[in-house]
Design a protein around this ligand. Structure first.
Ligand code: DX5
Ligand code: ZN
Length: 224
């Protein structure tokens, strides 16, 4: 990842009005969003439920945004083919939810999609070193997953820095995505630590001027 690459803004649909999903997706696009972050929750891995492949496949014809699918589910391999067929461009599953990480990464890559691994705030970054060479993105959860609108956990900043350090040391190629509590008050710190993708839910959908909010987010400087 080059320092010069612009920040990728990934508004999360979790904070949208679910009665008007297609319009909300259009708003992400017209406000300058790059990726659409889609939070899949199963009520087991996290204590909340959202949507699955059916909703994603029905949104697909309404948007040309990159569909960035974040699986917060147990046994992510079970419905992987369905998420791939639904039109996901990236699929990120949780390190804690799977034993055979490489097998899933291979399945995602065989479908020519980007493979991501996510970690909850209590998982040490260095526990992932065996999979880091093989993933396209690492999603750092900066809140405990399950709900939007929570506060950014400050220790996340050092975890982002550690991923930057490991990437540089080993010449690995993943992007670093940060998810949870990213807003006007935290975005400078998150970008400064070296994040490449900023996921933002409630701050985007609650912004008085969402386009201006994303302009600011995308113009942030990252650490060299
Ligand atoms: C949390 C989800 C996040 C969430 C972020 O479990 O993974 O993507 O939508 O929401 P905010 O930006 O409101 O913290
Ligand atoms: Zn997410």
């Amino acid at each position: 990842m080059e320092f010069a690459d612009p920040i990728i803004a990934a508004p999360s649909l979790l904070a949208a009005d679910f009665a008007r999903l297609a319009e909300e997706v259009a708003k992400v696009r017209s406000s300058g969003g790059d990726w659409l972050h889609l939070d899949v929750m199963d009520g087991h891995f996290v204590p909340n439920l959202t949507f699955g492949p059916l909703v994603i496949s029905q949104l697909r014809p309404h948007s040309d945004l990159v569909f960035d699918v974040h699986l917060m589910v147990e046994r992510p391999g079970d419905l992987l083919d369905e998420y791939l067929a639904a039109g996901a461009d990236t699929i990120t599953f949780h390190w804690e939810a799977e034993v055979h990480h490489h097998r899933l990464i291979q399945r995602i890559k065989a479908a020519k999609k980007l493979a991501g691994i996510a970690l909850v705030p209590s998982t040490p970054v260095d526990a992932l070193t065996a999979v880091l060479p093989y993933v396209d993105q690492v999603l750092v959860m900066s809140v405990n997953p399950g709900f939007g609108g929570q506060s950014y956990i400050p220790a996340s900043t050092d975890r982002i820095r550690r991923l930057v350090e490991l990437r540089k040391k080993h010449g690995w190629g993943y992007r670093i995505s940060v998810d949870g509590g990213v807003n006007s008050g935290t975005m400078v710190e998150v970008a400064g630590a070296g994040a490449d993708i900023l996921v933002t839910g409630s701050a985007f959908f609650g912004a008085p001027d969402p386009a201006e909010y994303l302009r600011r987010l995308k113009s942030l400087r990252r650490s060299p």
